[in-house]
Write a new protein. Sequence first.
Length: 447
Amino acid sequence: MTRDFDLIVLGAGSGGLTVAQRAARYGARVALLDAGPPGGTCVNLGCVPKKALWFASQLAHAQALAAEYGFDLAPGRLDWNRFRELRDRYIEGIRQRYAQRLHEAGVAWVGAAGRLMARDTVQAGDVQYRAPQVVIATGARPRRLPLPGFERGMVSDDIFSMRALPRSIGIVGGGYVATEFACLLRALGCEVEMLIRKQPLDGFDAELVQALVLQMRAQGIRITAESNVAGARGEPGALLLDDAHGAAHGPYEAVLWAVGRVPNSDALGLDEIGVARDGKGFIQVDAHQNTSVPGISAIGDVTGCPALTPVAVSAGYALVERLFGGQPEAQFDYQAIPSVVFADPPLGKIGLTEREARARHGDAVSVYTKQFVPLQFAVAGQRVPTVMKLVCTGDDERVLGMHALGPGVDEMLQGFAVAMRQGLTRRELRSAVAIHPTSSEEMLLMH
């Protein structure tokens, strides 16, 4: 059996949903294929459940701060089962709303994975779907390593199905997933050790990363650097991690492997029809999201672009405008993308780090930094600083990078990102009227 469409979308994550719904609004006949629930990693195993857990961790800190302010309360532990019930109910509501919107848009939902048989043909079960345009938006998954005992630990997908919080955990990795879960679980009472090969959070400004590491250690998170973990052993509830130097770490009640992500590109039939991938399996695309095969495009994490939901969504919008919206030159600009690690406190960036800026612009780069204790915490006598950095270039000091570590930076950087895409200069920052007293005003006043 063969069914004909104008567009086939493989993958119902944020990018795939965007492409399918927007193309349908332009009148395209769209088929959307995914074996999992709508929403992909972000809704089901990533951003949304992670952010819910982050909110829980912030409420744990708020209890302690309230007591320091003079409120008569004793901080309590999180009822994990209650939290899971609320989180899962919220996520199920998102899935239902996605399903409803797809139905209203006239998108044909196919609850199965698809495999490309030709440049215009996708097989799913006993049905072939055919369209002149195919968009691959299948995302990525946690990397699994061929190490002894790897199966004794969890990957990030497994965190959200835990029936109880572990009393102790060893986290292998130093990226954003490892850092976020280390902070979240520590705030909720878990003993945490991170085992990393080099410095954590490659891609974020080194100065602010080191400030975050100091704060994490002050919270009781053990960070063991230059540790090349070679395997896991032991029984559930008493796991050990062995490194290549012969040292054993632990025991831990649980282990989390946070060792990167790999693209979901290996079961799509790409090699057979000539869709080029790089050495890590990421689909290669040009500035318009075209692959090496005409009529096949790709967006999101499967392409190796910044692994952020809004990036996939924005690339999807631009792609649909090009394919169906009468804008043949439409493309997404990957410059000045904001990103936040939801650590404790959050670490955010927009644009270039100081190292990246100096590599491109040399002595034309000027850097401004600021440290201060936010009023909310200073009142209670706390002295943990917020750190901000501004990276500029040229005589007009055009802003190339903004970096911030501290409470609230996840919310404050969004507006600055809009300004940076319009060519923001330090003079324009200095001439703006600040909102006082806030942390965000400090970004205007750095000198």
